[in-house]
Design a binder for this molecule. Structure first.
Ligand code: LLP
Length: 431
């Protein structure tokens, strides 16, 4: 994996930091984020997409992983931010992230959330449905506050990925459907709102995508419509947001495309459609989440008990599992890893890694070949940076793990480990 090495002690290092020392210092389970890799990925996206004639904007989809410290760091990077709730917005603003670089998404934004977003003059709201349009109209009139919006379109295009993480198909809770005239009605409605400025369209076709056809298809569809709407509604497509979804490597089976390949396909398709319809080249916005933080995250676990069933399999149990990484249980996601305290050994065995929760489905990895593991060995599981911490739970009253950042030999705490006392802070005794 990128920016990882094995040191003279046969220990796994991430960005020149010995992971066994991290496990000792902060305890396990522990999410370790390689900050240099996050910054590098942002830069790679910018480099790949900025080679073209039209302007581009990269917005980090922070649902993949958010923390105050990350928002603070991203505030100093030249990147925008996609938030999907009042909670993410709150944390980003607390971190001093510039409001004008924040985009607000979601299919059920509340009146309160929309009001907060407008009061803080955030950069853009991605409007999702008619209920939201009337709330926005009311709020902006009341506050006499202008707001830029993108219209989220459900384009009827499915990316080839897991059913739960595709969002572009017509029968979806997200956005205005393209085929049934909903987008046209949204444009007409928005034209009646004196404070709402429509700057363009948005579509997100899914996640963990390893091909470019879906992006090209969506661009073709939306730009053809933009041409139609130009004459009917005087619609000006200043911005086309093609969402996120760029695939990453969890295991050797995943073959992510170089970012230049996505960029080339997207930017060339936009240029081609713009030329064909004689449209001004729109700005292209993208919203990568997983592909910014996914491979930058590694989870460290301590190995505890084992159970061998002769001629069937050997289970080794770790001190975390589905509470800190729900993805294997929810999406049958596959992961791989190494023993961080003895990476390279001659004697290997195939084991299955079980989580700690009282649930048979809590299996983190089926059949992984590792050096012979015993209690207290440290298992490092790769590519856990996206939708791990952000989807973590307290199932079985397991405290959420701590999060540390590492960069060129330095490590520091980004999120504290939850404690039992933290549980008590929310509890109300009946005595
Ligand atoms: N933009 C929109 C509108 C989205 O809905 C999403 C993800 C993204 C951007 C970022 O997608 P990414 O680049 O991270 O693939 N929990 C699932 C993923 C859910 C994705 C939801 N939307 C998982 O663990 O795979």
């Amino acid at each position: 994996m990128e920016n990882m090495s094995v040191n003279a002690l046969n220990h796994l290092e991430i960005s020149n930091t010995d992971t066994t020392k991290l496990a000792e210092k902060y305890g396990t389970p522990l999410y370790v984020y390689d900050l240099s890799l996050i910054k590098k990925r942002i830069q790679s996206f910018k480099d790949a997409f900025s080679k073209y004639e039209n302007k581009t904007q990269v917005a980090y989809a922070s649902k993949a992983f958010s923390s105050l410290a990350l928002y603070e760091i991203l505030a100093d990077e030249d990147v925008s931010l996609d938030v999907v709730s009042g909670g993410e917005l709150f944390l980003a603003l607390k971190a001093g992230f510039p409001a004008e670089r924040i985009h607000f998404h979601g299919n059920n934004k509340s009146y309160q959330e929309l009001t907060e977003a407008i009061e803080h003059s955030i950069g853009c709201i991605v409007v999702d449905n008619f209920t939201e349009l009337s709330m926005l109209d009311e709020i902006t009139r009341q506050l006499s506050a202008k707001v830029d919006v993108l219209i989220r379109v459900t384009p009827g295009i499915e990316a080839h990925t897991h059913e739960y993480i595709t969002t572009g198909q017509e029968d979806s809770k997200f956005g205005f459907n393209l085929s049934s005239g909903q987008v046209e009605r949204a444009i007409e409605t928005l034209q009646e709102s004196p404070y709402i400025n429509v700057i363009g369209l948005h579509a997100h076709i899914g996640s963990q995508i390893f091909e470019v056809e879906g992006y090209k298809a969506v661009i073709g569809k939306l730009m053809e419509k933009a041409d139609e709407w130009k004459s009917i509604y005087d619609f000006d497509l200043k911005v086309l947001n093609v969402g996120g979804g760029f695939g990453i490597r969890y295991t050797q089976e995943d073959k992510p495309l170089p970012l230049e390949v996505y960029a080339e396909a997207i930017m060339t398709a936009v240029k081609k459609e713009a030329d064909q319809f004689d449209l001004t080249l729109p700005e292209i916005w993208i919203e990568p989440g997983r592909s910014i933080v996914g491979e930058a995250g590694t989870t460290l676990y301590s190995i505890g008990t084992e159970k061998a069933i002769p001629d069937v399999r050997k289970y080794i149990s770790i001190d975390g599992g589905m509470a800190d990484n729900i993805r294997p249980a929810l999406y049958q996601a596959k992961y791989t890893g190494v023993l961080a305290n003895k990476v390279i050994e001659d004697h290997l065995e195939t084991v299955s890694v079980a989580g700690k929760a009282c649930e048979s489905g809590d299996m983190l990895i089926w059949d992984i070949t590792l050096p012979q593991a015993t209690a207290q060995d440290i298992l490092a599981v790769f590519s856990t940076g996206a939708y791990g911490y952000s989807m973590a739970s307290n199932y079985n009253r397991l405290p959420r793990p701590a999060v540390v950042f590492v960069e060129n030999g330095h490590d520091w705490l980004a999120i504290k480990r939850e404690s039992y006392q933290d549980f008590l802070n929310l509890e109300v005794s009946s005595k």
